[in-house]
Write a protein that binds this ligand. Structure first.
Ligand code: AMP
Length: 288
């Protein structure tokens, strides 16, 4: 496995693999790798010939008050895990390599998908995600790039960016990987105190409650949101609800009535740890 810090090096290695007819996969990450990341890496490994994992804590997607400086960095473990899972290249650039001219003057936004859910509470976040993902796609030129459904809105925005810009890459999404108690795995779960950690599975519990209500009774949206909020207040009193929304899975607009597939999405802040989770639910089906 090659560990490379420079754009020209990763371009060269990916170019050589492309030259031999290999299908190239990219798994973009911010490191502190866990089983959620591994599911993307394993899927990419099994479906493609040449696997590039990028590790870059991207400053442009953090607001000034957010956790850029304290974001977990576990480079040694991450490299060992990538090696064990068969990555061909880990691209781990320093910040100056990705942003040699400082803050980019180009902006890529998908406002129709980015104004809601996490985009509403983190203005500018998805513009930062779009610029770094566009750069990585341009640098590696993969056939496929892998993203997690845990960040459903992020994947939807990237899919649309790729479509709108005719980027020649297939965006593949992988299911949410959870702890045994249901908590969605996240590099930020380590910020939780023991007490907060005990409450955190309530996000998943609240989504299961919503799914049950939706499948059994087709309730008004307000009833679902009310029930999820009550569940979170009772089961995660240390958390502060950021949002509870029921949206169309394609447009991410709030739905007025539940009919067909909907996405139920929640975000809860436990001090430094802002946790998100979501579930696709089909009102007409027992397992969406
Ligand atoms: P991050 O390092 O948090 O930027 O995440 C890198 C990629 O891993 C993103 O596409 C995430 O959606 C995905 N990911 C993170 N956590 C999970 C999880 N629990 N299950 C599935 N994918 C995940």
């Amino acid at each position: 496995m090659d560990v490379v810090k420079r754009i020209r090096e990763v371009r060269k290695l990916a170019g050589q693999a492309r030259g031999t007819g290999g299908k190239i996969a990219l798994v973009p990450t911010m490191g502190a790798l866990h089983a959620g990341h591994f599911s993307l890496i394993d899927a990419a490994r099994s479906e493609c010939d040449f696997l590039v994992v990028s590790i870059f804590v991207n400053p442009t997607q953090f607001a000034p008050h957010e956790d850029l400086s304290s974001y977990p960095r576990t480079e040694g473990d991450d490299l060992a895990a990538c090696r064990a899972r068969g990555a061909d290249v880990v691209f781990i650039p320093p910040c100056e390599e990705m942003y040699p001219f400082g803050k980019p003057k180009t902006e890529i936004t998908v406002p129709q998908l980015a104004g809601t859910l996490c985009g509403a509470s983190r203005p500018g976040h998805f513009a930062g995600v779009c610029i770094v993902v566009a750069k990585l796609l341009n640098i590696v030129a993969p056939d496929r790039a892998y993203f997690g459904e845990k960040d459903y809105q992020q994947a939807a925005i990237i899919r649309r960016m790729v479509k709108d810009m005719n980027l020649p890459v297939e965006i593949v999404t992988c299911p949410i990987v959870r702890e045994p108690d249901g908590l969605a795995m996240s590099s930020r779960n380590g910020y939780l105190s023991d007490e907060q950690r005990r409450e955190a599975p309530a996000l998943y519990g609240s989504l299961q409650l919503a799914a049950e209500m939706i499948r059994s009774a087709h309730p008004p949206v307000e009833d679902v949101i009310g029930a999820v909020r009550r569940y979170l207040s009772e089961n995660a009193p240390l958390g502060e609800i950021d949002y509870v929304q029921v949206v169309d899975p394609d447009t991410l607009s709030d739905v007025r009535a539940i009919d067909g597939k909907v996405l139920v999405a929640v975000a809860v802040k436990f001090e430094r740890a802002r946790l998100i989770d979501n579930m696709l639910v089909d009102a007409g089906c027992d397992d969406a």
